[in-house]
Design a binder for this molecule. Structure first.
Ligand SMILES: [Zn+2]
Length: 423
């Protein structure tokens, strides 16, 4: 089972936007691309919204059927570990093995010695084709990398082997993720992480490292874009080398988590994947929930009322809602409007404040981040919320589609440029 060169993870908290998401991808594919849709949902999200892994499968199958989509598509058990994988086994065919919490965990001395010995050939100046300078590999560095990542990759292997037994070899896509940590992994670390995975027989098709800079939820990238560009390019070259050197699947590519809304680095990624003719997987999730709230505001009437209520509750419960997301949001409280003020807003003003249009005078990334973490509020509204999604499905669906196609896929795959070129 192969993922394909380009793929997009489309998370959907309340499982109502599958068709709109698929429409956006099919739109992009009309320009000659072949983007594979992957519906991803983590155990954490399921718990917050009280959904089941089978709901994601049903949503994906229904969307594909409704639109007559004939390409391949997948359902991703996102961020799973041995403790919570079981309920996903039946309905998912893409598994994101999250081993971040095992980074730095104590490992056996003999394992370290064996790993370092197996890397003998790479000690010294290691030339990676395409990277200007050689990587300097020392025994000390290898020990350090082993101490940090050996247990994590062993855990990935354990989890992979569990799935191999449960689902059969070749019947699912394997991703390994290490993104939910504080410090980024360097390209040289990535190289040896990939060796560890190859040594243990984990046929990863995507790998999600932690990149430099902040990938805050629902808003643009913050950090040094030049540094990101350098790292991203080196990661791509390291993967290319690792595939040939360690015998990993040839389709192995980078997976960008919290990838929605990172508009300022899309041109960088687009340029690198074009330059080397490489693939990419980009995960998005919360951005679709934000479009649901935008759509409710656009719908006016009951919809706008609900959007305002969600904001009022999220402001009142700010600390509780932000706590699980402390590492991935940066809200400047002084820029949050009061409930009284928001209650006077028109439909247009609310939507423009929330919608991610960089440079729009009303756009407020602090407001947007707070709404991002507020899906728990909508979840607590239960049927009241999903009834509104159904009542305003056309308006909301149009927002979801526009967001993924116009603001994400067009930027990431340079579609505007392509259109101009062919005209
Ligand atoms: Zn992630």
């Amino acid at each position: 089972m192969k993922l394909g060169k380009y793929s997009i993870g489309t998370g959907d908290r309340f499982s109502h936007q599958g068709v709109a998401q698929l429409r956006a991808i099919m739109n992009a594919n009309q320009s000659g691309l072949d983007i594979t849709p992957v519906w991803n949902k983590s155990n954490r999200e399921h718990q917050y919204v009280h959904s089941q892994p089978s709901d994601v499968r049903n949503e994906a199958d229904a969307a594909v059927k409704a639109l007559g989509f004939t390409g391949r598509y997948f359902v991703d058990a996102d961020h799973i570990n041995l403790g919570n994988v079981a309920p996903f086994v039946e309905t998912a065919d893409f598994f994101t093995l999250d081993v971040a919490s095992f980074i730095g965990k104590k490992c056996k001395k003999e394992d370290i010695i064996a790993f370092v010995a197996s890397c003998e050939n790479y000690v010294g100046k290691l030339e990676i084709p395409g990277i200007k300078y050689p990587l300097i590999v020392t025994v000390d560095l290898l020990k350090h990398i082993a101490l940090k990542f050996l247990v994590a990759t062993q855990h990935a292997a354990e989890l992979y082997n569990f799935l191999k037994t449960a689902k059969g070899e070749g019947n699912f896509i394997t991703e390994v993720s290490m993104d939910e940590v504080e410090s980024p992994q360097t390209p040289i670390e990535l190289l040896f992480i990939l060796k560890m995975l190859a040594d243990r027989g984990v046929p990863a098709q995507t790998i999600a490292p932690k990149f430099t800079g902040r990938f805050n939820k629902g808003v643009d990238y913050t950090g040094n874009i030049q540094q990101f560009a350098k790292e991203f390019e080196e990661d791509v070259l390291v993967i290319d080398y690792a595939v040939k050197e360690f015998g990993l699947p040839e389709e192995l590519k980078l997976s960008i988590h919290s990838g929605s809304d990172k508009f300022s680095i899309y041109p960088v990624m687009a340029q690198v994947i074009r330059k080397y003719d490489k693939g990419i997987h980009l995960k998005t999730a919360g951005t679709t929930w934000l479009e649901e709230v935008t759509g409710l505001a656009v719908a006016d009437g009951e919809g706008l009322k609900a959007a305002k209520m969600i904001y009022a509750h999220s402001l009142g419960r700010k600390n509780e809602l932000c706590a699980p997301y402390a590492d991935v949001i940066d809200i400047d409280v002084s820029r949050l409007p009061s409930v009284e003020e928001v209650n006077t807003w028109t439909s247009e003003k609310f939507a423009n404040t929330l919608r991610h249009i960089p440079g729009h005078p009303d756009y407020n990334p602090d407001f947007r981040q707070l709404i991002h973490v507020a899906y728990k509020v909508a979840s607590e509204m239960g049927r009241e919320y999903t009834n509104l999604l159904e009542k305003y499905s056309e308006i909301i669906g149009a927002c979801v589609e526009e967001n993924i196609y116009e603001r994400h896929l067009k930027r990431l795959f340079n579609l505007q440029a392509n259109t101009i070129e062919t005209e």
